[in-house]
Write a protein that binds this ligand. Structure first.
Ligand code: SAH
Length: 278
């Protein structure tokens, strides 16, 4: 698949504005976002790229921003190199876990070291929502628990869960690029108990799990939480993320309407992960 990199310059530049712009761009097919010092870089499969859609977002943008953009198609083969050069620095979660590209030198001593070469898949630990669930995973007892990682992206959550003793682990993603990247990263970390499946909620068979992670987005979660609930064992835990604090009531209500018990949330920069029990 070919991707188009689009660089947005916002004036004035603020985190709120880049958050809103990213959310609107995600609605028209943009898949990954990198915030630099004064711009937002966003990536979309070239087949979905439309200047008309972007212009519409800019015209109706809810804040008083001046937004301009430029775009270039990127070569698939250069992606790793580009990523390494510009985007993905090693990240340490809760002093216990480091996530790094296989290109980086192995610095420091950590209990868990995860190698991720994300290419176009989402999930390096840098996004708040990934970090929130990684922290949840570090705090949980996952020993011999069966785990489902829905919307696995790079498989980073599935990999840490496996390193924390979860067994077996199923990693599912609807996007072929992410699915392939998940497989590569699982192999790169020498993990043998994570199965991967390409698909969405419909791909879940009769299997059930002790723990389910789903870091996707508000709308997909609201649609698929009933399916996740069915796939959760009694006594099990569902952790969902990919939305803002203001979305908690809607997500909570959906969970409770399926009979799940809301137990709380973790937050960072307005992003949250919500935990429910069955
Ligand atoms: N789990 C990773 C990646 C989250 S990004 C992390 O926490 O960082 C969300 C992922 O969900 C993307 O890879 C996207 O392809 C996938 N996705 C989107 N819609 C989905 C759906 N309906 N079912 C399963 N995966 C989906």
């Amino acid at each position: 698949m070919r991707y188009t990199q689009t660089v947005f310059v916002l004036q004035p530049f603020s985190e709120t504005a880049t958050d809103i712009l990213s959310a609107l761009l995600a609605d028209i097919g943009f898949e990954s976002f990198v915030v630099t010092e004064n711009s937002l870089e966003a990536y979309i499969p070239t087949a979905l790229f439309s200047e008309k859609n972007i212009d519409e977002i800019i015209v109706h943008f809810p804040l008083d921003e001046k937004i301009s953009y430029s775009f270039t198609e990127i070569e698939e083969k250069n992606w790793n190199e580009e990523w390494e050069k510009h985007y993905f620095q090693p990240i340490v979660i809760a002093d216990k876990c480091i996530i790094q590209s296989s290109f980086h030198h192995q610095e420091g001593e950590y209990q868990y070291r995860i190698f991720i070469d994300p290419k176009m898949a989402f999930g390096t630990g840098h996004h708040q929502t990934t970090g929130l669930i990684l922290r949840d995973i570090l705090d949980m007892d996952l020993n011999n628990k069966s785990v489902l990682d829905m919307g696995t992206g790079t498989a980073v959550l599935a990999i840490l869960a496996s390193m924390r003793g979860a067994n077996p682990v199923l990693a599912v993603d609807i996007d072929e690029w992410a699915y392939n990247n998940a497989r590569e990263n699982i192999e790169r970390n020498n993990i043998s108990n994570i199965r991967t499946v390409l698909g969405g909620a419909e791909a879940l068979g009769g299997e059930s799990f002790d723990v389910i992670f789903a870091n996707i987005n508000r709308n997909i979660l609201l649609q698929d939480i009933p399916v996740y609930e069915k796939a959760l064992n009694t006594g099990g835990t569902l952790i969902v993320s990919g939305f803002y604090k203001r979305d908690i009531p809607a997500v909570r209500e959906k969970c409770e309407s399926c009979g799940l018990v809301y137990t709380g949330f973790r937050e960072q920069d307005d992003w949250v992960s919500v935990t429910c029990k069955k």
